[in-house]
Design a protein around this ligand. Structure first.
Ligand code: AMP
Length: 447
């Protein structure tokens, strides 16, 4: 199927063509006809599938083909897209601007962390499409800067993340201000029970569109684990940067503080780096992303929440400097690489204290990850560090057996984690799901 078979207006097809796209992605091919027909939609799709254009293109089409009521208040947008993060808000707005370039429609993104004043001015001048994070939109609603009474289409993007980030009550308040006879589109990477409940409450007879989930990570991502003590990880990372001349490497840390400290160390060692997390100003975050995308930065050190929605095509490498507490975040993290047919690499530095997280990730993946030790950085720690309170971003849903030491695969951990070490007979493995020749570390594997 081609874009010009979908019935979209010429102005929109022109902009799509200028982006070099002629074939819709599966989510676009499935969703666009339903949205054009005015139906509600429940879309199970992640970032990287083309889901933004799947709702933006038909929304633009409907807007330019629906006359504006001349009595309509200027501060009443016709479309509202609710997103969980400011990065995603900026990216959705960019798509609206790119695809809506020849339509004359006005769009704006409102989110926190930046001055509210220019947003108020822009809202008063009149907007067709408003992209917003829930907190800042509620501020504007409270100040009567915007009226949602004329919303024709409401989009809830990354609904699962809205729950994770505790936005659900804000969302309910916002939805209550939209007309009942609107069109509603809900996108989520997972249909957890709470997302299903929300979908049930806000959608009317929705079309269900589902594209291949990334619960199995992209085929093209070569995943491996390097076992290393926590206090050696920075040196190991620097060693790999200098040995392999890495560029465009996205590095995940669990905490903002950890991300800052690591970024500083890399920068001091001559690796062009920025940190991306919630304490950075919006300007700094936007700049860091732009510099990383353009290749000016070799490394971007991010926390999970800050990295949500980052859309960078063909990222060559993701490094998990620390494993996430929530195993699904591992899938989100490594989903940044190996996109659109290009191969990518996901390396996880795993210390003895992270064995439980590794086990939970491997259970989710339903396979063991290839595990190596880097000469010169062999793990020396033999006992887990006594437990101190570690910040947990959000509670993971309880999984059977999760957290019970010793419940993992044989050879991974013992009850005290004491046989954690080179996994005899596990490496190199055949049939481990890695694309052939996908790792540059094969020569250094433990034998
Ligand atoms: P998204 O899932 O919306 O974050 O989109 C992921 C990436 O795919 C973005 O960089 C889009 O510009 C790109 N994209 C969207 N639609 C198409 C298409 N039909 N063909 C090729 N690339 C696309």
């Amino acid at each position: 199927m081609l874009f010009n078979e979908l019935g979209l207006s010429a102005e929109i097809l022109r902009a799509v063509g200028e982006q070099g796209y002629d074939t819709p992605t599966p989510i676009q091919a499935q969703a666009i006809p339903h949205v054009l027909a005015g139906r509600d939609l429940e879309g199970l799709a992640q970032t990287g599938t083309g889901k933004t254009a799947a709702f933006v293109l038909p929304i633009l089409h409907r807007l330019i083909n629906t006359p504006v009521n001349s009595a309509q208040s200027k501060i009443a947008p016709r479309v509202l897209v609710l997103v969980p993060t400011r990065e995603l808000a900026a990216q959705v707005l960019e798509s609206v601007k790119v695809y809506g370039k020849h339509t004359g429609l006005k769009s704006l993104a409102v989110f926190g962390g930046v001055s509210i004043v220019p947003q108020v001015g822009a809202l008063r001048r009149g907007i067709d499409i408003l992209v917003a994070t829930p907190g800042r939109l509620l501020d504007h609603l409270g100040n009567r800067n915007v009226d949602l009474g004329k919303i024709q289409t409401l989009v809830l993007d990354e609904a699962d993340r809205m729950f994770d980030m505790g936005f659900i009550n804000d969302i309910r308040k916002i939805i209550a201000k939209c007309p009942k006879d609107r069109q509603t589109l809900l996108f989520s990477a997972t249909f957890a029970p709470e997302v299903r409940d929300l979908a049930h409450a806000v959608l009317r007879n929705p079309a269900l569109v589902e594209v291949a989930r990334r619960n199995a990570p992209a085929e093209m991502v070569a995943q491996s684990v390097i076992r290393c003590d926590q206090d050696k990880k920075k040196d190991l990372l620097l060693h790999l940067f200098s040995q392999h001349g890495w560029h465009q490497t996205l590095i995940f840390c669990r905490t903002k503080h950890g991300a800052d400290a690591l970024a500083k160390k890399l920068e001091q060692s001559g690796v062009k780096t920025a940190a991306l997390h919630g304490n950075k100003t919006q300007g700094a975050r936007t700049r860091a992303l732009a510099d990383f995308k353009s290749g000016r930065l070799a490394a971007l050190v991010a926390t999970d929440i800050a990295a949500r929605g980052i859309d960078i095509d063909s990222l060559p490498r993701v490094v998990n400097f620390e494993l996430p507490h929530v195993p699904e975040d591992y899938i989100h993290r490594i989903g940044r690489t190996g996109r659109a047919g290009s191969s990518g690499e996901a390396l996880s530095f795993v210390s003895l204290d992270e064995r439980i997280q590794l086990r939970d990730i491997e259970r989710l993946l339903k396979r063991e990850l290839d595990s190596t030790v880097m000469p010169g950085f062999e793990p020396m720690q033999t006992r887990p560090t006594p437990k101190v309170a570690t910040p947990v971003r959000r509670s993971a849903p309880s999984r059977s057996g999760s957290g019970k030491p010793g419940a993992g695969k044989p050879g991974t951990t013992s009850p005290a984690g004491r046989n954690y070490g080179p996994r005899a007979g596990h490496s190199p493995r055949s049939g481990g799901g890695k694309p052939a020749g996908s790792s540059s570390y094969v020569g250094q594997r433990q034998r």
